[in-house]
Design a binder for this molecule. Sequence first.
Ligand SMILES: *Cc1c(COP(=O)(O)O)cnc(C)c1O
Length: 418
Amino acid sequence: MTSASLAAVDPEIAQLIAAEELRQAQSVRLIPSENYTSAAVLEATGTVLTNKYSEGYPGRRYYEGQEHIDAVENLAIARAKQVFGVEHANVQPYSGSPANLAVYLAYCAPGDTVMGMALPAGGHLTHGHKVSATGKWFRSVQYGVRKDTGRIDLDEVRALARAERPRLIFCGGTAIPRTIDFAAFAEIAREIDALLVADIAHIAGLIAGGAHPSPVGHAEIITTTTHKTLRGPRGALLLSTQGHAKALDRAVFPGLQGGPHNHTTAAIAVALHEAAQPEFRDYARQVVANAKALGEGLAEHGFELISGGTDNHLLLIDLAGKDIPGKPVAQALDRAGIVCNYNTVPFDPRKPFDPSGIRLGTPAVTSRGMGPEEMGQIATWINEGVQAAWSHDEGTLMRIRGEVHEFTKAFPAPGVPV
Ligand SMILES: *Cc1c(COP(=O)(O)O)cnc(C)c1O
């Protein structure tokens, strides 16, 4: 039993995983927070490192038997520092949300004022949204984007910051199609003596690959997931100047977490090794070029892009002009083999669970080797799919599904057995 394969031990789960492999191979995946990790990253996550308890940090553990685990974590730390050019890295946060919680724990007391981008404008739950612990335990003030430009209104950010004097300011988000002006945020934070935190969860891979400016030198604290554009396992990093090292490390452990997920730490180290290769720079550039091409293709079909386009991996589309909301479109496209998510658009007149937009991104399709030509094809399918959703034309959706399935065969997905 203990050496038998997954298929022999638990055929139900094995079958579901095989079905998910097929889905990931045969669909065009446009959710901007998703990607395909390499086979090497996957291999590292499925190892005996999951068997080991390692509370503490390398050289300072609460359990014996750490000679290999310490080496793994030290490698991950060294590579994170190297790839992002920072003085300190903590590789233990379980995911992006706990990484952000660690920052609050390190620098805020309950009731303190904090500031972040509003979720409906493109921020993240953990940037002080009202249903999140970060909105319940702190006094959260939220900034947005300008209605006319769809871009962050730095005048509003400055005015709010001066009026409310937050302890922390978060920049970064989940639905921001434009370059984040870290220097401008840093200036605002300096004016009111607040701590600037750059949450680069979505764009970490672009920054590592030189396709988006880095917050290093502007934000003393940087948080990121490792599983989005960075193309690693599900996990997170806390990056900072040396001055914040102690407070952040203590907040992660013992403040918030117990034992680190060593198998994840190893896989993060592998992903960072991959991100340090010259090819990763090509990947990051191609992600951005593909997003531009997809945006131009959609604009030609009459789609309205929030902010008029994109600087990064992500597109936010307002479907109001197409006379159909985001949810039925996302569901119809899914049936057609094109996977995205419905999303609020800034100043959305509709409810968050049934909003006006969809959100698209190119990290996963770029990992499959697709380029601008393929983005044009995908834009055409999306246009046909939206029309089919509007007219309840299931036949067209099934026709697209067949074409997508054929099309994906030419672009093997990393890490996915065929
Ligand atoms: C994805 C994301 C997170 C949270 O990451 P999880 O791993 O889902 O907890 C935090 N901040 C931003 C900006 C994100 O995009």
